[in-house]
Design a protein around this ligand. Structure first.
Ligand code: SF4
Ligand code: SF4
Ligand code: SF4
Length: 368
């Protein structure tokens, strides 16, 4: 069967946009590496680029897809997105992914660059203060040499599949010739690690392709639990629960993304155990990030007209009530989205950091 070599520029980690960087800054080296590989395989070449991207000087067969996923270095996942499906991988030694009657082989721009220029040069995306810069470094260079980690609180090495380290460990964490990391994110002392994990778990949830239950449900549950830590709803047992479930996911998830995506969270919990405990037990955030956001929405019982207009506006089905009765927001279900506020023409849905006295049982309008 003929072969199709797909150059996948859509499998980058959000923290390491290396593929498009190489396509835009080292195109001739990437193309030379791709051509060498294609000749070796006797394959046709397709470049797979994210929708809306542009690479100056790009020639040949290019397909754009409205998808990016850590699974898109897998041939079957690539075939799926080319066919308009979700990027779900197939990992089996004897499995042949076919597209257009050709066997699909995938190469990333990094791999193509290494074929042409050798594997000594590595590209690492460094994010600090919200800015990302991509640096070319040699194997053996340490995190502390690549990024300014003095005075940092923590460093995320390896993005959504990586782990947190402390700045003092930056000297000993080095770029390897193989199986290395390609991103570094520097967190400041004013950054809250629980809040950072909320962002990471949201990204992991978005990145999961949904093929296997462990990763699909795990990312969803972790996202919810860590969010609850920032709003005062988490329980003391949640830390142990996350550790136990993450061990199961690491062993049982189908692809490397799922097997590693819990590491940023578990490493942060280990290094910053006190900070997590403060959020869960004392319900405080020393960085002042989380509990500011803990706005509680409630329906003013003196003003509610019992019309029910707010019920349909709530995506969480958190509003209880009946015509002519004071409506109530179930705080266990409310996600603080604020959508109900606009639905009430009477202006009686309000927010506060502490709830006032509210009806505990069904109460007629005007009887509270
Ligand atoms: S581990 Fe996650 S990303 Fe990988 S196949 Fe399963 S659901 Fe998809
Ligand atoms: S809160 Fe507003 S919209 Fe909801 S029942 Fe009361 S008056 Fe109607
Ligand atoms: S804030 Fe959002 S989730 Fe909470 S009751 Fe209003 S609409 Fe529902």
């Amino acid at each position: 069967m003929k072969k199709l070599l797909v150059v996948s520029c859509v499998c980058d980690d959000k923290f390491a946009p290396i593929s498009l960087y190489l396509m835009n800054n080292h195109l001739s080296d990437v193309v030379a590496g791709v051509n060498t590989k294609a000749k070796e395989l006797d394959a046709e070449i397709m470049y797979l680029l994210p929708e809306g991207s542009q690479v100056d000087g790009m020639e040949g067969y290019v397909r754009y897809v409205d998808a990016s996923s850590p699974t898109l270095n897998n041939p079957y996942a690539v075939v799926q997105v080319l066919s308009g499906n979700l990027p779900r991988p197939m990992i089996q030694d004897d499995f042949v992914a076919e597209y257009d009657n050709k066997e699909v082989v995938v190469i990333t721009p990094e791999e193509a660059y290494a074929i042409q220029c050798g594997s000594e040069d590595k590209f690492v995306a460094v994010t600090a203060d919200g800015e990302t810069e991509i640096k070319k470094v040699s194997a053996g260079t340490s995190v502390a040499e690549i990024a300014d980690v003095d005075g940092a609180k923590a460093i995320l090495v390896g993005g959504s599949k990586g782990k947190f380290i402390l700045p003092q460990d930056g000297e000993n964490t080095k770029v390897e010739a193989t199986e290395s990391f390609n991103s570094i994110v520097v967190y400041k002392t004013s950054d809250c690690m629980v809040d950072a994990c909320v962002q990471l778990m949201n990204q992991a949830y978005e990145a999961s392709c949904g093929k296997c239950v462990l990763c699909r449900e795990g990312t969803s549950q972790f996202k919810q639990i860590v969010t609850e830590m920032t709003t005062g709803k988490a329980k003391a047992t949640d830390i142990d629960l996350i550790k136990e479930v993450s061990e199961i996911i690491t062993v049982g998830a189908y692809c490397p993304f799922g097997q590693n995506m819990t590491k940023p969270l578990t490493s942060a919990m280990e290094l910053f155990a006190d900070e997590f405990a403060d959020h869960i037990k004392k319900k405080t955030c020393k960085c002042g990030k989380c509990y500011k956001a803990a706005t509680l929405y409630f329906i003013d019982p003196d003003e509610c007209q019992g019309c029910g207009d707010c019920i349909d506006a709530c995506p969480e089905e958190a509003i209880e009530g009946k015509d002519g009765f004071i409506h109530i927001i179930d705080q266990d279900l409310c996600e603080q989205c604020g959508k109900c506020v606009a639905a009430c023409d009477e202006g009686c849905i309000k927010s506060a950091t502490k709830l006032p006295k509210l009806p505990r049982k069904r109460t007629k309008v005007g009887k509270f």
